[in-house]
Design a protein around this ligand. Structure first.
Ligand SMILES: Cc1ncc(COP(=O)(O)O)c(C=O)c1O
Length: 391
């Protein structure tokens, strides 16, 4: 497995790492990307190596529109779409466009921990909105928004991962999606819909996206090729109201450098034109579904029956609830000693919360390691439970 100087991944000898939400190397489409890169250079060489248009290359925009049209019934208008350098870049760019330091960002609890870092880097104050198995609680979002505004606070946006969320795997129910969009329209609240995992469904697709419920309205939808093709591409797309797209494409950064990651965007356009995305996605879903099944079966076999987890219908993660009184952060060094690592639930919350949870990612590890990791985790949890009950 690749690790070290040329990748972000760091693997420690003897430890089964459930912490990394990265794809297994065999799930990366190296041959398809090589063929697409050759095709982009052969057929569009000079254009691929030029500065790109700020909105992204027309070939990729056309492919994104056609694909979304197929999935959601209607292609989005061109003026509502732009290519991004992936969701992380888009979130940072949107902070620049939509917020000032000191503003509040509303975030789901729990939520993607590294989005929280991007918001903090931009000087935003984070306020959590609770969620449950059905996703974000829209009534709570409304109450908090009203309370903050009554105090004179500026709320820049609400950020959430509504489909197969990181870390909980929860999907926002269809009725809550409508309620959230209605709230956003009523209150003039911008909603950032991070759709990193929406296409990674294993049994059935998620409900229609928030953006789709009110195209060109208050929702900004972020798609990424990191999870459906490869994170190293650093490529994604954004759907937003035309004014916001125009503000982003009109930025000094894009005026100076042209569209982000233009060469990669030309390569991905060729890959999609050749049918490579659909073919890859099908194989990817099958591989991830097999990993999910293996991990869930191993957890059921090895974890104490006081641990629970939600069904995993898509995405990369199992969100395990430990017995009452456990502290996932405090337990991590013990787990590492036993040769297994995870991300403690606390990291996905603003302020307090999450002690009783841990996130296991099944995207990176081969099936035998998923099973062995679950066995090690089960062993140490049983021991910890015995110690706890003797107190
Ligand atoms: C919910 C979520 N959003 C965004 C990202 C990062 O997206 P990108 O690689 O497109 O910057 C991740 C990666 O783990 C993620 O889990």
């Amino acid at each position: 497995m690749q690790t070290g100087l040329d990748t972000q991944l760091v693997l420690r000898p003897g430890i089964i790492e459930f912490g990394w939400g990265h794809p297994h190397p065999s799930a990366l489409p190296t041959a398809a990307v090589a063929a697409a890169a050759a095709s982009a250079l052969t057929n569009h060489g000079a254009d691929a190596l030029a500065y790109g248009p700020e909105q992204g290359p027309g070939r990729l925009l056309a492919q994104i529109r056609a694909r979304l049209g197929r999935i959601e019934g209607m292609p989005p208008p061109l003026a509502q779409l732009m290519v991004t350098g992936g969701t992380s870049q888009a979130l940072d760019m949107l902070c620049g466009q939509l917020s000032q330091p000191g503003d509040v960002a509303l975030v789901e609890a729990p939520t993607y921990h590294l989005a929280l870092r991007i918001f903090r880097d931009r000087g935003l104050r984070l306020v959590a909105i609770p969620g449950n198995g059905q996703g974000l609680r829209v009534d709570a979002a409304e109450a908090v928004l009203r309370m903050l505004r009554a105090r004179g606070e500026r709320v820049a946006f609400l950020y959430l991962v509504p489909s197969f969320g990181n870390p909980s795997g929860a999907t926002l129910a269809a009725d809550r999606r409508s309620a959230l969009v209605a709230l956003a329209q009523r209150e003039g609240l911008t909603v950032l819909e991070d759709d990193a995992y929406g296409e990674l469904w294993y049994d059935a697709p998620p409900p229609p996206s928030l953006y789709h419920l009110a195209p060109g309205g208050p929702v900004v939808r972020l798609g990424s090729y990191a999870k459906v093709l490869a994170p190293g591409l650093r490529l994604g797309w954004m759907l937003a109201a035309p004014e916001l797209v125009a503000r982003c494409t009109g930025s000094g950064l894009l005026d100076s450098g042209g569209g982000v990651n233009h060469f990669t965007a030309m390569v991905v356009a060729s890959l999609i034109e050749q049918g490579g995305l659909d073919a890859h996605l099908e194989a990817l879903r099958a591989g991830l579904r097999a990993r999910r099944d293996a991990l869930l079966a191993a957890l059921a076999r090895y974890l104490p029956n006081t641990c629970t987890w939600n069904p995993v219908l898509g995405g990369y993660f199992v969100w395990v609830r430990l017995p009452q009184g456990f502290d996932a952060e405090a337990l991590l060094p013990v787990a590492e000693q036993a040769g297994v690592a995870y991300l403690p639930g606390q990291r996905f919350f603003v302020g307090t919360g999450g002690q009783q949870y841990l996130r296991l990612s099944f995207s990176l590890l081969p099936i035998d390691q998923l099973e062995e990791g679950a066995r090690r985790l089960g062993g140490l949890l049983k021991k910890a439970q015995e110690r706890y009950s003797q107190r």
